[in-house]
Design a protein around this ligand. Structure first.
Ligand SMILES: [Zn+2]
Ligand SMILES: [Zn+2]
Length: 114
């Protein structure tokens, strides 16, 4: 599993400290584990995916599981659940479309009679 240090191309969340990663920040990226600030990758910092549990950061075991919907590798989500990124992205998009449609209708723009 390769780890590489790079400049963040997208905004995200640090898997170590859970703080936001801004575009252009130096991050360390690891396949399956996600990105974290370079500072968070220094010795002493957790090396794997982490989650807050009982007020402290605990390390999660590496995931070796495939999504049963699309077959992609599952990764740890911010809340400590195993997630499938492609499925999550699709779900988020669907939710956004739903919300947009709802706003559209409730604004009275979707129905000419309102
Ligand atoms: Zn961090
Ligand atoms: Zn999936």
């Amino acid at each position: 599993m390769g780890t590489k240090t790079m400049t963040a191309k997208y905004a995200g969340t640090c898997t170590a400290c859970k703080a936001p990663i801004a575009r252009g920040q130096r991050i360390e990226w690891r396949r399956g584990a996600g990105a974290r600030h370079v500072d968070c990758a220094k010795p002493g910092a957790p090396t794997g995916p982490t989650m807050w549990s009982g007020g402290r950061l605990v390390e999660l075991p590496p995931l070796d599981r495939a999504c049963k919907h699309c077959g992609s590798a599952m990764v740890w989500g911010a809340l400590g659940f195993a997630i499938c990124r492609p499925c999550e992205a699709r779900k988020a998009l669907e939710e956004r479309m739903e919300r947009l449609t709802r706003d559209y209708v409730s604004a009275g723009l979707g129905e000419e009679n309102f």
